[in-house]
Design a protein around this ligand. Structure first.
Ligand SMILES: [Zn+2]
Length: 168
């Protein structure tokens, strides 16, 4: 799949001093909320005591709180900071976190959100940004995370078919 990520997002991704050897994985999440944006999650995560706020590197909006399919680049990407999106700190240190706004236990992601996710994954995994191919996980596929994230309505089989199979 060719990347047709919006040029403004490509430029914002490239603006970061990309640490090519830091990142090994990309982990997909849902927000488990009906609405939100990078800004609202940043505030919520600060309130939860996370010093760096927004736990994810990227947020993909659903039209409620941010535009449908809009990709927001978080400051943890801009600063190449560890994520705060999983319990396991080893994974937080080497995994790019992408959060789609919505609760996909209850409803499906929007078509635009999935298009944006594909464009972003295509760019991150195929854009030659890193020293290695990033391995794709859904949050619930990590050991001992005890979560339903990113929900049963996000089609993980299709994602793995396109971006690499589940690690065994
Ligand atoms: Zn998650």
């Amino acid at each position: 799949m060719t990347s047709s990520l919006e040029s403004s997002v490509v430029a914002e991704i490239a603006k970061a001093p990309i640490n090519r050897s830091k990142w090994k994985h990309v982990i997909v999440h849902h927000s488990a909320t009906t609405q939100g944006s990078a800004k609202s999650f940043h505030q919520a995560h600060l309130r939860r005591g996370m010093a760096n706020g927004l736990a994810y590197h990227f947020v993909i909006g659903n039209g409620r709180g941010s535009a449908d399919g809009e990709i927001e680049v978080g400051h943890r990407w801009r600063g190449q900071l560890n994520g705060g999106h999983v319990k396991n700190e080893w994974f937080n240190g080497n995994s790019v976190g992408i959060c789609l706004v919505g609760n996909f236990e209850k409803s499906k992601p929007t078509t635009r959100q999935m298009q944006s996710l594909h464009h972003l994954l295509g760019h991150l995994k195929g854009g030659g940004l890193f020293n290695r191919q990033l391995r794709l996980f859904a949050h619930k596929e990590l050991p001992r995370e005890q979560t339903l994230c990113p929900g049963r309505h996000l089609d993980l089989k299709a994602l793995h078919r396109t971006y690499g199979r589940l690690p065994s």
